[in-house]
Design a protein around this ligand. Structure first.
Ligand SMILES: [Zn+2]
Length: 369
């Protein structure tokens, strides 16, 4: 087992410079008028949910309520060569041509502001920095606090707030430069990581495990029978679950599918696409802070058993800033050596207490007897 050396949060404030303007013009031919009509027909002003305040909320909480054993490390920008391991040349040319502009890339909720392209390079590079630190042993585990998120970004396309696929760039870097042959990616974001699945669909050396709210929930992919193809058949593992599923469903899937799959696959490193939109405040699923902590405990114990503890987290979604910040803090507390409370079905203990409190009132002699 790796000697405990704490957990390092990798961060670079340039990720805050991605701040899309919802009123920016669509690129030519991108259904501008139609989408604008739809949006103007809604009664509420649509705001871009993936905003810099997400990261600020996490940093603020970690400053207000620091976690013992957590230290900060400096992020960095990814090189074009690192990005090109998972994105095509034409896609990179296209994205880089948008540097310093305001634009919608896609009707599928992805826009850029003048600082966005650099923020996206830094998000991917900071995930790389986290993986480098874990492999070199300067930290026991790492958490890349980045945005824009990455797991919806495909080799040729930005989607769902994502420009570059940060976790995929980090995984490919671990393989190409850091001597890791096999990489396990665990994606517990509420949404399916369609981009990561696409990138490693036929790759037998990347095991992609994804638990998410099932279609038609966005992005609609991630069915049980999507298992990879060619040499990679069997190294894509999807666990679609219905809206409202919570801690116990997540933990059962991790313990009874992920753990045996990983023990069979024997990865050299484990990366986690850590989204916190599975928390109930984001209204899609029903995971609690104790749930995130317990999930971290499972993955950390797994990493200790199969890959010398090498474990790096990369932030994905989570749009309620309160549950996002507290969710990240729950994960860091466990990575730093804290223990997780056993998640329970919400309300059961309280109902048991209430039973004990009230029951005697109705089991003594009935009134009027
Ligand atoms: Zn998500």
């Amino acid at each position: 087992m790796a000697e405990p050396k704490g957990v390092t949060v990798f961060y670079d404030e340039r990720v805050l410079n991605h701040s899309p303007d919802v009123n920016a013009a669509f690129l030519p031919g991108r259904l501008d008028k139609r989408v604008r009509n739809i949006l103007s027909g809604l009664n509420v002003q649509w705001k871009y949910p993936e905003h810099p305040g997400r990261i600020r909320a996490i940093i603020d909480l970690l400053e207000r309520e620091p976690v013992d054993g957590v230290r900060f490390g400096q992020g960095k920008a990814a090189s074009r060569e690192q990005l090109a391991r998972v994105h095509t040349t034409s896609y990179l040319d296209y994205v880089f041509s948008l540097r310093n502009k305001n634009a919608w890339l896609d009707v599928d909720t992805t826009a850029v502001s003048p600082g966005s392209i650099e923020a996206a390079e830094v998000a991917a590079g900071t995930a790389v920095a986290a993986v480098e630190a874990v492999v070199s042993g300067t930290t026991r585990s790492a958490f890349a606090l980045v945005r824009p998120p990455g797991h919806h970004a495909e080799p040729v396309r930005a989607r769902g707030f994502c420009l570059f696929n940060n976790v995929a760039v980090a995984a490919a870097h671990a393989q190409a430069e850091l001597g890791c042959q096999r990489v396990l990616i665990v994606d517990w974001d509420a949404h399916h990581g369609n981009g990561t699945q696409d990138i490693f669909w036929a790759d037998p050396d990347v095991l992609f495990f994804d638990i998410h709210r099932s279609a038609p929930f966005y992005p609609g992919s991630g069915g049980l029978h999507e298992v990879g193809a060619g040499l990679g058949e069997g190294t894509t593992v999807n666990v679609p679950i219905p809206g409202g599923s919570g801690d116990l469903a997540y933990l059962k899937a991790l313990n009874e599918i992920l753990v045996p799959a990983a023990e069979y696959f024997k990865p050299d490193i484990i990366l986690v696409s850590a989204g916190f939109d599975a928390h109930w405040f984001d209204l899609a699923l029903n995971v609690s802070y104790d749930g995130f902590a317990a999930m971290t405990e499972v993955v950390q114990a797994l990493a200790d058993r199969v890959c010398d503890g090498r474990l790096a987290f990369v932030l994905e979604g989570g749009y309620n800033t309160e549950s996002l910040a507290h969710g990240v803090r729950s994960v860091l507390s466990v990575l730093a050596g804290g223990s997780a409370a056993q998640p329970r079905i919400c309300g059961m203990e309280e109902v048991d207490e209430a039973i004990a409190f009230h029951l005697s009132a109705f089991t003594d002699d009935p009134p009027g007897s």
